[in-house]
Design a protein around this ligand. Structure first.
Ligand code: ADP
Ligand code: ADP
Ligand code: MG
Length: 453
């Protein structure tokens, strides 16, 4: 067993990992920037250490300082959470070189899957369907145009190093391919220091369906059902649920087994996610693998009863999975709603509801200062029920009770979403936000809102 784990992250996910460590009898050390000195994970951890100023590039994104902090505090492992260094292969290698266990897959696996074009190639070699598109990187705009003509418009230009919805552009004609090639390349260079580009056919209005994977070091690999993450704004997820209303049991099994094949092709171990898009005809395509814990992991925990952070820690210790595919039963429905801050500021008052089937993951407290430096997500509301309708009604109840005073949030939009007929049907696509947000914002202006909000 590990004695001490350093947590190289902040906010709700740092708190989530601190709590898991405590339950497992492991000491936790939170590495924090000066902006996070007064934060719940720092207060709840066994110990903490300042790793630099607010700017993430000088603290949460600095591999050397974090490894030094882990050594100074005598930690035997590092949990990277999500975002920041969680998908940085060099960081995983650096941990290993310093005799510290990186809680996640090896640097080599992260490197291979983090290169999205290389991951596509690997999948094609293992009969995992990928979106029709380029087999090699695109050298220049002329090549991009030729490729677009070959696969047929519309197309999607994507950065091989991309993440968080960045470095991606749609194009409907030659002129758009030429301009998108330059702008996406520049965006990728600025965000990731790598501007390799590839191309996929643009699948119009697909569903984003991803499968949670767990694999141990002996190659035992299982899928823990899917998550439907089609409610997105600018390719960033806003709400996730499981099971998806658009999968039949047969398609779920087929996609789940494909996800396991994808993970095995990568030699994968730890928790990971295989992302697919599913089109209107029921065809599905691999888009990428995320080699880390995801923001929306609690949805899967609620329906399976499996603690994914605990499993990551057990796998990092070399322990075998304690269950097989057949032993994973899903009898519940769970929904996660992300509450984002639309402005920075001080929380004047916060009240989080509780009650049957409700789970809130958040680092907020009354008096907390929402910093402009980091991600705008301030809370995740997760509800579960026996049926989808029960979960939706519970989500409405929670959103009616919740109080977050002092800053603007996306609360109103999320509350209205729980009443939207397209959402209620459950067959929404990634086009939902674009097709509906203006009308929903008009409704909000007209005053159709909860009095409690
Ligand atoms: P998930 O599938 O877990 O929602 P996201 O792609 O939304 O994954 O990213 C999870 C977190 O990591 C978010 O907080 C997001 O802002 C951050 N993130 C993801 N990719 C990057 C990146 N390339 N650079 C900076 N932050 C990122
Ligand atoms: P990231 O690494 O930024 O998460 P992804 O490749 O996972 O990028 O894509 C993010 C989102 O963009 C998907 O959830 C989907 O909504 C959309 N998307 C990606 N590729 C395509 C495509 N070929 N056609 C249509 N939508 C796509
Ligand atoms: Mg993705």
């Amino acid at each position: 067993m590990f004695k001490r784990i350093l947590i190289a992250n902040r906010g709700e996910i740092a708190l989530r990992i601190v709590r898991c460590c405590r339950e497992m009898g492991i000491e936790s050390v939170v590495a924090f920037s000066t902006a996070d000195r007064e934060s719940l994970p720092v207060m709840e951890a066994t110990d903490s250490i300042c790793i630099g100023p607010a700017a993430a590039s000088e603290s949460y994104l600095n591999p050397e300082i974090i490894v030094q902090a882990a050594k100074q505090k005598h930690c035997d492992a590092i949990h990277p959470g999500y975002g920041f260094l969680s998908e940085n292969a060099d960081f995983a290698d650096l941990c290993e070189e310093n005799g510290i266990v990186f809680i996640g897959p090896s640097g080599a696996i992260i490197r291979h899957m983090g290169d999205k074009q290389a991951a596509r190639k690997l999948m094609m070699e293992h009969q995992v369907p990928v979106v029709p598109g380029s087999k090699e990187l695109l050298e220049n705009a002329d090549q991009a145009v030729a490729m677009a003509e070959q696969i047929g418009y519309p197309v999607m230009l994507k950065a091989s190093a991309g993440g968080g919805g960045k470095g991606m552009r749609r194009a409907f004609n030659e002129e758009e391919v030429r301009s998108a090639f330059e702008t996406a390349k520049a965006e990728a260079r600025a965000a990731f220091g790598n501007d390799d580009m590839y191309m996929e056919k643009l699948i119009v209005d697909p569903h984003h369906i991803e499968f949670q994977i767990l694999a141990d070091c002996e190659g035992n690999t299982v899928y823990l059902g899917e998550r439907d993450c089609s409610i997105q704004k600018n390719n960033q997820k806003l709400l996730e649920e499981s099971p998806s209303a658009v999968l039949t049991p047969q398609l779920r099994k087929e996609m789940g087994e494909t996800a396991v094949r994808a993970a095995k092709a990568a030699g994968y171990y730890s928790a990971g996610t295989v992302e697919f898009i599913l089109d209107a005809s029921g065809a599905y395509y691999f888009i990428e693998m995320n080699t880390r814990i995801q923001v929306e992991h609690p949805v899967t925990e609620e329906i399976t009863g499996i603690d994914l952070i605990r499993e990551q820690i057990r796998i990092a210790l070399g322990m075998k999975l304690g269950f097989t595919q057949d032993e994973i039963g899903i009898e519940k429905h769970a929904i996660e709603c992300r509450i984002n801050a639309l402005t920075p500021g001080t929380i004047q008052f916060v009240h989080f509801p509780s009650g049957y089937g409700v789970r809130i993951e958040s680092h907020l407290f009354t008096g907390y200062q929402v910093s402009p430096y980091y991600d705008s997500m301030i809370a995740k509301v997760i509800v579960s029920g026996r049926t989808r309708l029960e979960a939706i009604r519970r989500l409405r109840r929670v959103l009616e009770e919740i109080v977050i005073d002092g800053i603007k949030t996306n609360y109103d939009f999320m509350y209205l979403l729980t009443y939207h007929p397209v959402f209620l049907k459950g067959n929404y696509t990634t086009g939902f936000w674009e097709q509906n947000h203006e009308q929903m914002e008009d409704w909000l202006k007209e005053g159709i809102r909860s009095e409690a909000g």
